[in-house]
Design a protein around this ligand. Structure first.
Ligand SMILES: *Cc1c(COP(=O)(O)O)cnc(C)c1O
Length: 335
């Protein structure tokens, strides 16, 4: 199967499985797991932050982060399309009693600063307390402009807001821009980073930030059910990914560009955006069901929709991309 549904489908490689098998472990709730401790220290150091916390998922990492920033009755400013707001079950509101203030994302994924300024509430009992700005990078596969990140984080700080980055795919930003991790994280108090997407680990996310914030997040992690025991088995996969899978993200990006170029030759389809390891394709609504069935017959898996997102990853080769493009073309020739 050529699985273009998501980069989360990547299988752990043989080398990763071996690293997991051989990892020294301990009870991480007691702070005894040397592999978890190593991952937390290395992630924090590379991100230029004081401390790190290992969590099973990016959703929990974001939620523990938001809850470490905001108290009950506080508010966080976030994009309408942001994962924390749109795709995490409303956890910040439900479990954190944190009111989201969603704002429209511009086409490049940024939230315009004038919208942010207008959404910050005055100190008045009528209003929730605006406490935090949360951004996402990459967002919809797009790398936020570095200038924007610098301006937005400086502006948030000037207004007394904390800053959180959902950096689930921050690795793809590194691969696309050649920027070091610490530079990409510099404006943010806290950053959440996923290892289970293009990095290819079966699970795992690290939240990095100042010591006091990470200590609060660890308490929330426990309450959210994320205190794990011999979690070094998972942390070993993440450490392995840092050493071995970071460089190959560029191949994913090249493959996504090739995929978009190939599909762009089909008059019925329109590439609406392509960056990092994603391509977005406008598919005529009436083609969706038959196209999905046709592709599946040819071993190409998609999450078919009129706004189709195709994602490349470590288990998709250059030959797979060519085969996938041919499968799309065959549908439109036959039609
Ligand atoms: C995948 C993802 C997350 C977290 O997802 P989990 O499946 O919980 O690990 C958070 N933010 C973004 C932008 C993501 O793509």
């Amino acid at each position: 199967m050529i699985d273009l549904r998501s980069d989360t489908v990547t299988q752990p490689t043989a080398g990763m499985r071996k690293a997991m098998m051989e990892a020294p472990v301990g009870d991480d709730v007691f702070g005894d797991d040397p592999t978890v401790n190593r991952l937390q220290a290395i992630a924090a150091e590379r991100a230029g932050k004081e401390a790190g916390l290992f969590l099973p998922t990016g959703t929990q990492s974001n939620l523990a982060g938001l809850m470490a920033h905001c108290e009950r009755g506080d508010e966080y400013i976030v994009g309408q399309n942001a994962h924390t707001y749109k795709y995490e079950g409303g956890g910040a509101a439900v479990l954190g009693s944190i009111q989201p203030q969603p704002l429209a994302n511009a086409a490049d994924g940024t939230i315009p600063l004038d919208l942010i300024a207008a959404a910050i509430k005055p100190d008045d009992t009528h209003f929730a307390r605006t406490r935090l700005l949360a951004l996402e990078n990459t967002i919809g596969g797009k790398v936020l402009p570095a200038r924007y990140v610098a301006d937005a984080t400086v502006f948030a700080k000037s207004k007394g807001l904390g800053t959180h980055l959902d950096g689930a795919r921050i690795w793809n930003v590194m691969a696309a821009s050649n920027a070091p991790l610490a530079g990409l994280c510099a404006g943010f108090d806290s950053v959440s980073m996923c290892f289970s997407k293009g990095m290819g680990a079966p699970a795992g996310s690290v939240l990095v930030g100042p010591k006091a914030l990470i200590k609060r997040a660890a308490r929330w992690r426990k309450m959210l059910g994320g205190g794990m025991r011999q979690a070094g088995v998972l942390a070993a996969a993440c450490l392995y990914a840092l050493d071995n899978h970071l460089a190959r993200l560029r191949t994913d990006h090249e493959n996504a560009a090739k995929l978009a170029a190939g599909l762009g030759e089909i008059p019925a389809l329109k590439i609406t955006s392509q960056s990092t390891n994603m391509a977005f394709v406008a598919v005529p609504e009436s083609d969706c069901a038959p196209l999905a069935a046709h592709l599946k017959e040819r071993n190409v898996l998609t999450l078919m929709s009129p706004h189709l997102r195709l994602v490349t990853h470590g288990d998709v080769t250059g030959a797979d991309i060519a085969a996938a493009v041919d499968a799309f073309k065959a549908f439109y020739v036959r039609k």
